[in-house]
Design a protein around this ligand. Sequence first.
Ligand code: SAH
Ligand code: SF4
Length: 438
Amino acid sequence: MATVLDIAKHNPNATPQAVTDDARAAGRDALAIEKKAEITVSAAGQTSLVGLTRDELKDKLAAIGVPEREHKMRVAQLWHWIYFRGAKQFDEMTNVGKGLRAALTEAYTLARPQVVSEQVSKDGTRKWLIRMPSTGPLDKGAEIECVYIPEVDRGTLCVSSQVGCTLTCSFCHTGTQRLVRNLTSAEIVAQLIVARDCIGDWPDATPPEGAFVPTDGGRFVSNIVFMGMGEPLYNTDNVIAAIDVMSDGEGLTLSRRRITVSTSGVVPQMERLGAEANTMLAISLHAVRDDLRDVLVPINRKYDVKELLDACRAYPGLSNARRITFEYVMLKDVNDSDADARELVRLLKGIPAKINLIPFNPWPGSKYECSDWERIERFSEIVYRAGYASPVRTPRGRDILAACGQLKSETEKLRARARMMLEQGIGAEGVYALGDGE
Ligand code: SAH
Ligand code: SF4
């Protein structure tokens, strides 16, 4: 069950009852709130500058005739307004001359991708269904999901790197959906911009009433995990470019140490990720033997456990202060025995590692069950005795299908019905009563 946080601690200025007590009183204890968020569709034919890299911005300025000698200065100005202040209109850019502002407005926008829906879990987790602008007549706009997980001392944004996934891990619902395409780096960055818009994480902005946000005085989005839809290392160029934008000290300023890229084990790309993006790495291990991992994480047939762990040992910047996280989903009677736990710690010997045990999140039609709680505890105990902290990751946002492996799972099925009900003014209760099997 998802943790219920003390909302008052999270945002002292908020109205706590907005999400929790009132909802309970109304008998909607396990339900999420859905509302149609503000829609900011880009005007036809105009490109948004939001999410672009410095080089891409330079090209856009050149295209409207800004002389090359001004490029560096103009890019710095745009960068500050777009990524530091979260500007939505060129007119806000008071230190940019009127003429250039007019030219920019004529040619471009600062539109964000469309937020089709926002769901708020009773534990404060937020999930957005985001529609990217259409890329041509045959593209109606790719849809992806992005999840915000607030805690007292951090706010983690789980971003997607692809629409769907070409890999077919047998316990993951995303893997049952065909890949539509890779996201561009701008589309990856835009997920952070949308999140910061929605939770009021810009200078002079404030969070929505009743929102859970960290209260430690830091950024509301302080951490990024590439654990949404898709395999980030099948889209490495765009993922690295997006990380460069997100971590740029003059704009979004996220620490690279607070960005974690999770991979199912695309061995040839791991070194490059470490060398170029310098982020934290998470490995979806899930099995300690090749025969089982071949089934659970089929990319194992290409790069087996030994190759994967060798690549981990060689990951640039690895140290006790910078450990690799190994994710291990707990599947009843499949990978959860004492022998599996002992083999896990044996395999990881010598690798600075953290182990994340993830209770399996079921989805309709999945052939696995989550291990019993006693089994998870026993497994965790063995791992702990071997010297690893082994937190069992508390599922967050289960009531809105925002937990690992559930992304997009029900959304497609629910979407038509949800839209219909929203249009008819029927509350989210009806939609989410279809729920996730809990
Ligand atoms: N494709 C990347 C990142 C996205 S998946 C990867 O596989 O690492 C993010 C994490 O969620 C991975 O560890 C994945 O194995 C895990 N996951 C997928 N489906 C799950 C499910 N149904 N229950 C629990 N964890 C799941
Ligand atoms: Fe793709 Fe990761 Fe799901 Fe495997 S676990 S199918 S790599 S998203």
